[in-house]
Design a protein around this ligand. Structure first.
Ligand code: URA
Length: 238
């Protein structure tokens, strides 16, 4: 693997910053300053240092994106903007894809990874991963519709929806809803079934990983070690 690719994938350094750091002698391979970042290194054997800190090889990349309205959660669409367009150019070749989908008008927490097996586990209904959303709706819910959403509604699929966890605000026109499934437009269809319409939907939590509110819409960051651990441990024993 090229040295600049290694640093970009494992230390989130852009090619330009990488070149600058190399010129200034801030990149070392096995203790020796390297000024040419196009050299090939062995990611399993060589010890790479950036600004005096050893950069460990990571097999997979995990990012958190605060998705804005107007972007679709797929990797390729000639007609619409995709969430991948929000990442720097050098990330396009890393094989990243969104873990599950958010509608074009839904905002909030989207996890991007190139760990295909993990994505499969996270999306499997077997693992019951809760996804929590903030919603605003109109007309307001009623106590009865809240109970209905919590127990399961018929949205025209084979089975009624799995139990949801609702925490509506006092006015019953906003709040949070957590679901374990991810059917097409699921929450919008659930609300329609109880006579209400979703006006705003923002994902604020995926399993125990919370949306980082320091990220503006359209911004992203790598998952922290703790968040990566939470994510990768889901369903890892079965
Ligand atoms: N449910 C929806 O209706 N839309 C989303 O984007 C996510 C869940």
């Amino acid at each position: 693997m090229r040295l600049d690719k290694f640093l970009s994938n494992n230390n989130f350094v852009s090619r330009t910053d990488c070149k600058k750091a190399a010129k200034e002698g801030r990149i070392k391979v096995n203790g020796v300053v390297f000024k040419d970042t196009s050299v090939k290194i062995d990611e399993y054997i060589d010890v790479i240092e950036y600004n005096g800190v050893v950069v460990n090889y990571k097999k997979f990349t995990y990012l958190m994106l605060n998705k804005p309205v107007g972007y679709i959660s797929s990797t390729d669409d000639p007609r619409k903007k995709t969430v991948l367009e929000l990442l720097p150019d050098n990330y396009r070749s890393m094989g990243l894809f969104p873990c599950g989908r958010l509608d074009i008008d839904t905002t909030g927490l989207l996890i991007l990874t190139n760990d295909g097996q993990l994505a499969h586990r996270l999306l499997s209904p077997k693992h019951h991963v809760y996804k929590t959303y903030f919603f605003e709706c109109s007309p307001s819910l009623t106590d009865e519709s809240v109970r209905h959403l919590e127990t399961g509604v018929d949205i025209g699929e084979k089975e009624i929806t799995k139990p949801a966890v609702l925490c509506p605000d006092d006015n019953l026109s906003s709040g949070t809803i957590a679901i374990t499934e991810g059917k097409f437009h699921q929450i919008k269809r659930m609300f329609e079934q109880v006579g209400s319409k979703i006006l705003i939907l923002r994902r604020i939590k995926f399993a125990d990983i919370e949306l980082d509110y320091s990220l503006k819409e359209g911004e992203w960051r790598p998952l922290t070690e703790k968040e990566t651990e939470i994510l990768t441990s889901i369903g890892s024993n079965n």
